[in-house]
Design a binder for this molecule. Structure first.
Ligand code: KIV
Ligand code: ZN
Length: 517
């Protein structure tokens, strides 16, 4: 029998999280992240929306085959064709789940679906009934549930349970709810949905008013037992409820909530880092739990207190979320074994082939930088392991810049295994470098965002550059790190161009809005 105090963690980083602008992931990245989510102990991974494109179908199918413990869900609208696609992608999973949804708010039904209430109920019953002929585990979501008429919502949920739904999800699709009202809505649904005991009640919140975590916790307190979340809170617009915030609130305040999850909390920071690395979406430094400053104490009085007893100013131990207090520093005398064990402590699962590639880049970096710390290692992992197939590669870069010269860059690239070389001017060395690369690759990509930061302190720190590139409706993030920031910029730009090439060849989504049609 299910424990009434256990909260099911349904992770939608690979689906709703991926709907963040520019956060598209390729098949390999989704599979790698799914492995990490399985290690983190999530109960269900929503891997994507298989009907959106062949690329998304393939990614969901690959995740379904990869996960040997965790449930894998595929999202679909209520049409038979969508449900068939979802089932086709997840059927090889050990625990497959079909997740079908339709909007139930008046505004969505009238303007978007152009369907009456009766038609929405009929579509719900037909979809859930059909999905149950394929799969024993069927989740039904009432999109825009928090803005739906309460009694109609309960009617739809009752119909979905009658048709065989095993989970009912109540989304705050537009992030409009406030905690007290949302918990009242959950209580109302529990009281007025027929046979509610036959299904798990789930919530799915968006963060438009910064209330996603608060709404999720309020709903769990009112009786919901599945939380839909993403790592780092990534997702549509202002994002989804962040997994780490909900899990650590339940973990840190057991007397208040008396609820628990199966999450291995020590895996939270490694999972957060991998999401940042793959999506290029940096976590704000003051972000709860996983931000760089979440456990940093600046004020003297706080530092004094923490040294005397950490619990004076720390409500959670950093080790519990996977941050180690003792950071090992590697250098040019460190061997392959030390590198591998540090990476494993940081939570990376590294194969023998990968360690060979990484060790070569590590030695190269250690020759140029005395101390190689965790942030440097992360950048190496990102470059060496998460690399997209390379259409373009940097062979040589020379820039001339200063306050008395007109900046220029000479670049040699490998383009489809052919060497090409050229030079360009620009209004600065980075502009000149990007101009030269664009000319050599023939790329028309527009630079939508450019961010540079130092990976660590010190003047010998590596510069890390993130770019967001746009071309014909496609967006890609590129990253590069190097002690020389112009080289880091060139690497990031080329990485972004490679990702665009990959997206052109393997489109994940024809558009981001199509799944809500
Ligand atoms: O926000 C939302 O309503 C969704 C549904 C598809 C569950 O993401
Ligand atoms: Zn959503």
């Amino acid at each position: 029998m299910e424990d009434k105090n256990r909260v099911i963690i349904f992770d939608t980083t690979l689906r709703d999280g991926e709907q963040s602008p520019g956060a598209s992931m390729n098949v390999n990245e989704k599979v790698r992240l799914a492995g990490r989510l399985e290690k983190l102990g999530v109960d269900v991974i929503e891997a994507g929306f298989p009907a959106a494109s062949q690329g998304d179908f393939d990614a969901v199918a690959a995740v379904a085959q990869r996960c040997r413990k965790t449930g894998v869900a595929g999202l679909c609208r209520t049409s038979k064709a969508d449900i068939d696609q979802a089932w086709g992608a997840i059927s090889k999973a050990v625990k497959p789940r079909i997740h079908t949804f339709i909007a139930t708010s008046d505004i969505h039904m009238e303007y978007k679906l152009k369907m009456s209430r009766d038609q929405v109920i009929a579509a719900t019953i037909e979809a859930v009934r059909y999905a149950r002929t394929l799969c024993g585990d069927v989740e039904f979501s009432a999109e825009d549930g928090s803005r739906s008429d309460r009694d109609f919502l309960c009617k739809v949920f009752s119909a979905a349970i009658g048709a065989g739904a095993t989970t009912l999800n109540l989304p705050d699709t537009v992030g409009y709810a406030v905690p007290e009202e949302f918990s009242q809505l959950v209580a109302y649904v529990i009281a007025h949905t027929e046979n509610i005991h036959k299904a798990v009640l789930s919530i799915h919140c968006h963060n438009d008013l910064g209330l996603a975590t608060a709404n999720t916790l309020a709903a769990l307190n009112a009786g919901a037992r599945q939380a839909e979340v993403t790592i780092n809170g990534i997702g549509e617009r202002a994002g989804n409820t962040s997994l780490e915030e909900v899990v650590m609130a339940l973990h840190t305040r057991p007397n208040f909530f008396d609820l628990y999850t199966s999450i291995v909390t020590e895996q939270i920071v490694p999972a957060s880092r991998l999401v940042t690395m793959i999506t290029g979406m940096a976590v704000q430094p003051n972000k709860a739990i996983v931000g760089a400053n979440a456990f940093a104490h600046e004020a003297g009085i706080h530092q004094d207190g923490v040294l005397k007893n950490p619990m004076t100013y720390e409500i959670m131990k950093p080790e519990v979320v996977g941050l180690s207090r003792n950071r090992m520093v590697l250098g040019k005398h460190s061997g392959r074994h030390a590198l591998r064990s540090r990476l494993e402590e940081m939570g990376y699962l590294i194969s023998d082939d990968e360690i060979n590639t990484l060790f070569a880049s590590f030695k190269d970096l250690a020759d140029r930088k005395k101390h190689v710390v965790d942030e440097d290692l992360e950048a190496l992992v990102a470059e060496a392991i998460l690399r997209t197939p390379e259409t373009f590669a940097l062979e040589y870069l020379h820039v001339s810049a200063g306050n008395t010269v007109y900046p220029s860059a000479t670049v040699k690239l490998r383009v489809h295994d052919k060497l090409v070389q050229g030079a360009e001017f620009g209004n600065g060395p980075i502009d000149a470098t990007f101009n030269a690369i664009s000319k050599l690759t023939g790329s028309k990509a527009e630079l939508a965002r450019f961010m540079v930061s130092a990976l660590t302190g010190g003047t010998d720190a590596q510069g890390e550059v993130t770019v967001r590139l746009k071309e014909n409706g496609l967006q890609a993030v590129g990253k590069g790190a190097d002690p020389d920031i112009i080289t880091a910029s060139a690497k990031a730009f080329i990485n972004g161009l490679n990702r665009l090439e990959y997206l052109k060849a393997n489109p994940l989504h024809s558009s981001h809005t199509d799944i809500y049609d």
